[in-house]
Design a protein around this ligand. Structure first.
Ligand code: UD1
Ligand code: MG
Length: 458
């Protein structure tokens, strides 16, 4: 059965007190809306997003996700110019749905990030379904009324409910799957004759339920929790963290302090990865088997190979670390860093667009930017690529088996041939041929006894 999703995301999110649209607020590094989109099963062939507040920002984010290949299906957006309720929001999608003409419509909220794909599958497994949850404190939610056969009779919003109905603990989770043929006329027939003067989607769902049975599927409350405040956001992160960390531990990953480890939903970890406390992995991070990530490491969009050792307090963004590499402590791997297998990168080394080939070493206090460093080359302490002349960036190319002495600077553009050496303290301003020794130092002068005499004078 062809299915299209409608995702509601026009609400202002007043209680977030933010200039960022609510659905772009992150949960473990990924926007709430991205969680929802990524949960869509392959049975959903397209999605229509109902936007208004921060529409341009959301569309920009969608384009970025599209480029990264994160979107599961084609997505179009519609503008709900005045948010007059959830039913009014879905009404804005009618022309788009007519164009797509699905047999079934799944309706979700962009601010409910933790709904699992399996639960959306439960929505689409039957003809017409609503996800509901049992709450000890149902305050604020729509209460679900059931028929004797268990199917849906109707939904009454908190503000329209009598005392008796308010005492019901079965509440509407706000996620539905309904046949488009039945939903379309129900939407068209909505009025706002209710306590909030809103066009309630729940009234349209009830109108469908008057024609055909709408099943009620119970769902865990955590999956249907919405993000309306920063407090909700923190709670959602806590729930997501628990879920994700439990998953990876079940896959053979050691977390020394799971409650102090943040692993984003797109991270992939191999067996026997060991993660020390206070590590944060966000975006598309992959870590190979047997690799150890030291305390306090933060990586975003990075590939880390097998058997690597990343010592404490390293930060990486859009970087790759090869098998068996040793990195840190306190290394900063910026965008475009590529460390091949068995590279050693030590403390206080910063890299950017730096390609270190297999076995290369830069163990202490360096800036390596816009450069290529050949196999087995050793970079001494304090080496700096002077890659920026104030206007443009230039590259430094260093061959294989090169020895760079301590405290050298390479004023780029510059090339150093295979097997060359540079003497400590040399400021390199021109190319060095293969196997040559480059030396650029002011000759040393020793003035006998001068130090002692100066001391006496003082
Ligand atoms: C809605 C349900 C309620 C259910 C609850 C679950 C209705 C009338 N009520 O309540 O039964 O228990 O969800 O969370 O549907 N939105 C728009 N445009 C609008 C209004 C809302 O896009 O004009 C979006 C919001 O941004 C949000 C979603 O729709 O993503 C739900 O809106 P919200 O205001 O949270 O719905 P409730 O009234 O809380
Ligand atoms: Mg709500």
């Amino acid at each position: 059965m062809s299915t299209v999703a409608v995702i509601l995301a026009a609400g202002l999110g007043t209680r977030m007190k933010s200039t960022l649209p609510k659905v772009l607020h992150p949960v473990l590094g990924d926007a709430s809306l991205l969680w929802v989109l990524r949960a869509l099963p392959s049975s959903v062939s397209a999605a229509v997003l109902v936007l208004h507040h921060g529409k341009a920002q959301v569309e920009e984010a969608l384009q970025a996700w599209e480029k990264l290949g994160l979107l599961p299906c084609p997505i179009t957006t519609v503008d709900q110019e005045t948010p007059l309720g959830t039913g009014h929001a879905v009404q804005q999608a009618i022309p788009e749905l007519d164009r797509l003409s699905p047999e079934r419509v799944v309706i979700l909220s962009g601010d409910v990030p933790l709904l699992r794909r399996e639960s959306i599958d439960r929505l689409t497994a039957q003809n017409a379904v609503l996800l509901a949850m049992e709450l000890n404190d149902p305050t604020g939610y729509g209460r679900v009324l059931r028929r004797t056969d268990g199917s849906l009779q109707g939904i009454v919003e908190q503000k329209d409910a009598s005392e008796e109905i308010r005492s019901l603990r079965l509440v509407n989770g706000g996620a539905y799957a309904l046949p488009w043929k039945a939903l379309r006329p129900a939407l068209a027939g909505l009025t706002n004759a209710n306590a909030q003067k809103e066009y309630y989607l729940t009234d349209a769902v009830a109108a469908v339920a008057a024609q055909l049975p709408v099943q009620i599927e119970l769902c865990e409350a955590s999956e249907l929790m919405g993000m309306n405040s920063r407090l909700d956001q923190a709670e959602l992160q806590r729930l997501a963290q628990k879920r994700i960390n439990a998953h990876w531990m079940a896959q053979g990953v050691t977390l020394l302090a799971p409650e102090r480890t943040v692993i984003g939903p797109m991270v992939v970890l191999a067996q026997d990865v060991l993660i020390e406390p206070n590590v944060r992995l966000e975006g598309r991070v992959r870590v190979g088997s047997g690799t150890r990530l030291g305390q306090g490491c933060v990586f975003r969009d990075c590939q880390i190979g097998c058997g690597a050792e990343v010592r404490p307090y390293c930060v990486g963004t859009s970087a790759a670390i090869g098998d068996g590499a040793k990195v840190g402590p306190f290394a900063h791997l910026r965008e475009g860093t590529l460390l091949e297998n068995d590279v050693h990168l030590g403390n206080f080394v910063e890299t950017k667009k730096a390609h270190l080939k297999a076995g290369a070493k830069a163990n202490h206090l360096s800036y390596l930017g816009d450069c290529e460093i050949g196999e087995r080359t050793n970079i001494g302490a304090g080496f700096i690529t002077c890659n920026y002349d104030g206007a443009r960036k230039h590259r430094t190319l260093i061959g294989r088996d090169v020895f760079i002495g301590s405290d050298c600077q390479a004023v780029a553009p510059l090339a150093i041939g295979d097997g060359a050496m540079t003497a400590a303290g040399t400021t390199l301003t021109k190319d060095v041929p293969a196997d040559a020794l480059a030396l650029a130092r002011t000759p040393q002068v020793n003035r006998e006894h001068l130090a002692a005499r100066l001391r006496e004078r003082r």
